[in-house]
Every structure is written in C-alpha cells, then in structure tokens.
Design a protein around this ligand. Structure first.
Ligand SMILES: [Zn+2]
Length: 160
C-alpha cells in the first residue's frame, strides 16, 4: 500500500490489525505508521467506515430519526449517539451520490397518511412510559425497547 504521508510504495504490512480491524502498515521511507483509513475522510472515526456509511445511507434513504438510528444500531452492538449520526450526515452525505425519493413509492397521499398513522402507532408502542410521572432510566428504556421488540417480532411472525 502506498504511504499517505510521503507517497512511497515501500511499505510493510504489520501483523496486528487496528481495534476496528483495519490493516496497519509501516513506511520504510518515512518510518511512519498508517492504516487503510489514514488520509481518508473516515480517519479517526470511532466506528468502522461501513457502519458509518450505512447509518448515513439509511438516514437519507429512509428518513429515520437520529435517535432511531442510534437505537437500531445499538440493537446490533454498535454504540454511538444521535449527535454522532447528525455529524456523520453533515460530513459524509455530500460524499454519497445517493438518490432518494421523498414519496418512497407511495402512490397517493392517502397511503402516505396510512403509513404515517401506523408509524406513529409503532413509535408510541416503543415509547417508554413512566408511572406516576417518574423518569425512566436509560437502561430501563433499553430493556423495555428490547422486550417490546421481541414481542413485536413474535406478533409479526405469528401474523405472517
Ligand atoms: Zn512514508
């Protein structure tokens, strides 16, 4: 791999990969270390490039909320905040030449309205509610979300 610092082609791959699994290299000319992401716009991200791009793609394509995306990826073990999603969208959306469709193939406003009602119902279903006005802790919110998701998946499986 060519060195991003001095453009030398005499580089040697190192044995141990980075924490995110990228291949590290050492340049024989300038003696500097670098990895596959060094010199790209994705360098220094705490998450892998493919996850970040998937988040941005889903934000653009499906118009998922910042918090929805953070929650969805948390389900799969990727932890980041909704603020991170906002920052990634600002930084990386211009790099993506994604064409998105505001109507998502809905033929009429009636079907959009129907979808929005169902979507709101789903949001209410997942919304953690406090009894007697007490705040719900984040860990309880996560547990509630997981329980409700499991229940919903079971219902969907039974319905199909
Ligand atoms: Zn170099």
């Amino acid at each position: 791999m060519t060195c991003p610092h001095c453009a030398s082609a005499t580089t040697k791959e190192q044995a141990q990969k980075t924490a995110l699994g990228y291949r590290p290299f050492r340049c024989s000319a300038c003696k500097r270390l670098f990895n596959e992401r060094t010199g790209t716009p994705f360098n220094f991200l705490e998450n892998s490039t493919d996850i970040v791009l998937l988040v941005v793609l889903w934000r653009l394509r499906y118009k998922l909320s910042l918090r929805d995306l953070a929650e969805m990826f948390l389900e799969r073990g990727w932890e980041f905040t909704h603020e991170a999603v906002r920052e990634w969208k600002t930084r990386f959306a211009p790099l993506m030449t994604v064409r998105y469709y505001p109507m998502h193939g809905f033929g009429s406003f009636d079907s959009v309205a129907c979808f929005c009602c169902a979507f709101d119902e789903l949001c209410n279903y997942f919304c953690p509610r406090a009894t007697a006005g007490e705040p719900v802790s984040l860990s309880d919110q996560r547990q509630l979300f997981c329980e409700r998701l499991t229940a919903l998946q079971l219902m969907m499986r039974m319905a199909s």
